[in-house]
Design a protein around this ligand. Structure first.
Ligand SMILES: [Zn+2]
Ligand SMILES: [Zn+2]
Length: 691
């Protein structure tokens, strides 16, 4: 298992070259569907990557077109060609010698055991996906080796009839350089012994190990998404139907597409093969999977979304709909929304437009909690049957729907599947540095599909793409309540000073906290750049309790937490409920958190390695989200002022300016803010003070 031989089969009017994990099966299958006269292996068993390399070399060299010979004379020439190619392969092959016997007389009878509905079931699983044998086996719950062997025959039958294609997981490029076709990693791998192929010099992609390792000897499988055109799914009997499949397949994966480096293997055919014998059984089945799914789940039409958009949101909705209607294939659009301005639902009308055309949509996000939160909302808007949520360990891997919400890792298991991809918080960890996830999102798009980024803090590369006119930017500069974003202020002091065995906070910071709690009330997020600083700052604050300005305070009003804290969720909940006023934390609380009456202090804000522009904007964005208290204080505190601090301030200011100029802010927001602040602090349930 796991190794592939190249072979040639021929009949009166056709020649076919392909690769197979079990040539005897292919012999039987080809005999059955094409009625072949001869069959010969061109190579011994090779890792999928190598076999694909040779198949492509044969395709490029195109011996079938140039050579009119057939049968054994041609086999001889092709074997010599393969042998020459193999000696130039970068990786030592265990089984480089050619098989001496030509297989012709021993077809594998297991071919007869493949049922038509089995082919349909596996094809449905593969549609728009990119899955290894092991992953397909898990979806089908195949427990044993014989089940997997049978599955590999089913996959081979799908490839031979043009209903699926094989992509070697890892392909050799040049010299020792390889590329992983799942995650896009390119590099020189470490060679190691492999159980899968028995080779001493196999290799694995190091980048997507977390999703189950992929080796040079392994293959991935995919089937094209039906284009939804009329007539596409009607059963066509006989040869025209077979032609139809192959042609559809080829039109989905046109050869030599610019910039397309994927190595996709399907049979090299010449002449006219007549698959009538096979299709006599097949045609009776009629409908393809796409048709049987064509009930309510895939119905097209208009969606009535019950969402009240604010004027800035409505402007973005219309711009996105125009983007979606654009005839030109492809295109990328960036929705840049101020923190708390409501970017998610802005994409819903566009999603509805695309679903209404019977097309497929992916809502991708690096964060699992966002998938969990968005899936029910999408279900409510578009019908829960049309939505499937995918994240690590969700158990939904085999399910499909026209609208998929998935973490970016799950996205790597899709292939040319979606007409629209929405990438939410594409700048959030672990996305920006992650070439893998960028690659995954591009790979999940169908050729000509459209991509939308939703973000509050566009990454630098997004602006660069905008400058290069590769990305359109749509802004939502104002929050629904119509008040401007709180602008950060800088406090230039050294936040922590050594005192005896411990640390103390600069008096200016203590005074600031005291004043905020006394006068403005509410709660304070204190962000620090390192995990151990949460405790240091928390303890320094507690040691100040009882002294001015913390006279009336209690030590348990100050809590701290970080990603590794087992109490983290409980403390967060408690802070949200307003049970204590001061919470010291790392950037784990940076996104997706709304506390009604919160102020933000960032200590050592000049630590640019942690607090980059986007992070600073996100932390400031925790403030003033509630319509009851649409403001708050944001302080960046450090001994120096970093470029990132300046940039964050500039970004927030420019959004406010834009919101003002567009008329998205309340006319009298200044007076209203004064009124809100003059009311002072109504306790909000926090048991502050002694009274
Ligand atoms: Zn990989
Ligand atoms: Zn291997």
């Amino acid at each position: 298992m796991g190794l592939f031989s190249l072979y040639m089969a021929w009949g009166e009017s056709f020649r076919l070259i392909f690769l197979s994990p079990d040539a005897a099966f292919d012999l039987a299958f080809v005999q059955r569907i094409y009625g072949c006269d001869g069959f010969a292996c061109l190579t011994g068993p090779l890792p999928a990557g190598m076999a694909a390399y040779l198949l492509h070399a044969l395709e490029k060299h195109n011996p079938l077109r140039r050579d009119n010979s057939t049968g054994l004379p041609l086999v001889k020439k092709l074997r010599q060609f393969c042998l020459r190619q193999m000696t130039s392969l970068p990786y030592p092959l265990q089984n480089a010698s050619l098989p001496s016997e030509i297989i012709i007389s021993k077809p594998d009878p297991s071919c007869e055991t493949i049922a038509v509905d089995e082919l349909d079931e596996v094809e449905a699983i593969l549609t728009g996906r990119l899955l290894s044998l092991g992953e397909i086996g898990r979806i089908l719950r195949l427990g044993n080796e014989s089940g997997r062997k049978h599955l590999s025959m089913v996959l081979q039958a799908l490839c031979l009839t043009g209903r699926a294609a094989l992509l070697p997981a890892v392909v050799p490029l040049k010299g020792s350089l390889v590329r992983c076709q799942r995650c896009g990693w390119e590099g020189i791998p470490r060679l190691k012994p492999c159980k899968g192929c028995g080779s001493q010099a196999c290799c694995m992609c190091p980048d997507c190990l977390i999703m189950g390792g992929l080796s040079l000897c392994e293959a991935l499988y995919t089937a094209p998404v039906p284009s939804g055109e009329a007539g596409e799914t009607t059963g066509m009997p006989g040869r025209s139907r077979w032609r139809h499949w192959v042609e559809r397949f080829l039109s989905v994966w046109p050869e030599g597409e610019t910039g397309d480096k994927d190595v996709v293997c399907s049979p090299i055919m010449s002449g006219e093969a007549n698959p009538a014998r096979w299709l006599a059984g097949k045609a009776a089945v009629g409908a393809t999977p796409a048709e049987s799914e064509g009930e309510a789940g895939l119905a097209t039409g208009k969606y009535h979304l019950d969402i009240n958009f604010t004027p800035p949101q409505e402007a973005a909705v219309q711009a996105l709909l125009r983007f979606g209607e654009r005839e030109a294939p492809g295109g990328t659009c960036l929705v840049w929304a101020a923190c708390g301005a409501g970017k998610t639902e802005v994409s819903f009308p566009l999603i509805g437009q695309v679903l209404g055309r019977g097309e497929r949509v992916l809502y991708a996000t690096p964060r699992r909690d966002v998938v969990l939160e968005i899936a029910p909302r999408l279900g409510k808007a578009f019908g829960s049957k049309r939505v499937v949520a995918l994240y690590g360990g969700c158990g939904n891997q085999g399910k499909d729907a026209p609208l998929v919400a998935a973490t970016t890792h799950q996205v790597l298991r899709f292939y040319r599947s979606f007409d629209l991809v929405i990438l939410d918080e594409g700048d959030a960890y672990p996305y920006p540095g992650s070439r893998m996830l960028h690659f995954g999102v591009k790979k999940a798009l169908r050729p000509g599909g459209k991509l939308v980024y939703l973000t509050a803090t566009p990454a630098g590369w997004m602006f660069e793409q905008n400058k290069a006119k590769l990305v359109d930017i749509i802004k939502i500069p104002a929050r629904p309540h119509g008040f401007p974003l709180p602008e950060p202020r800088f406090l230039k002091v050294t936040p922590l000073q050594k005192a005896g065995h411990g640390w103390v906070l600069h008096q200016a910071i203590l005074d600031l906290i005291g004043t905020i709690l006394e006068r403005d009330g509410g709660q304070i997020f204190i962000f620090v750049p390192a995990v151990d600083l949460t405790r240091v700052v928390g303890e320094a604050l507690r040691s100040a309790v009882g002294k001015p300005p913390f006279e009336g305070f209690r030590p348990d009003w100050i809590q701290w937490s970080h990603a590794g804290d087992r109490e983290r969720d409980r403390k967060r909940e408690s802070f949200f409920k307003g049970e204590f006023p001061v919470f010291v934390t790392t950037t784990i609380m940076e996104r997706g958190v709304t506390v009604p009456r919160v102020h933000v202090l960032v200590l050592e804000a000049d630590q640019a390695a942690v607090f980059d522009r986007a992070t600073l904007v996100q932390m400031a964005g925790r403030c003033g989200r509630s319509p009851d208290y649409p403001t708050g204080q944001v302080w960046f505190i450090a001994r120096s002022i970093s470029r990132e601090m300046e940039e964050a301030l500039h970004e927030i200011r420019s959004l406010n300016k834009e919101a003002f100029q567009a008329g998205f802010l309340l006319d009298d927001y200044d007076a209203k803010l004064k009124e809100i602040l003059s009311k002072g602090w109504q306790k909000n349930g926090i048991a502050l003070g002694t009274g």
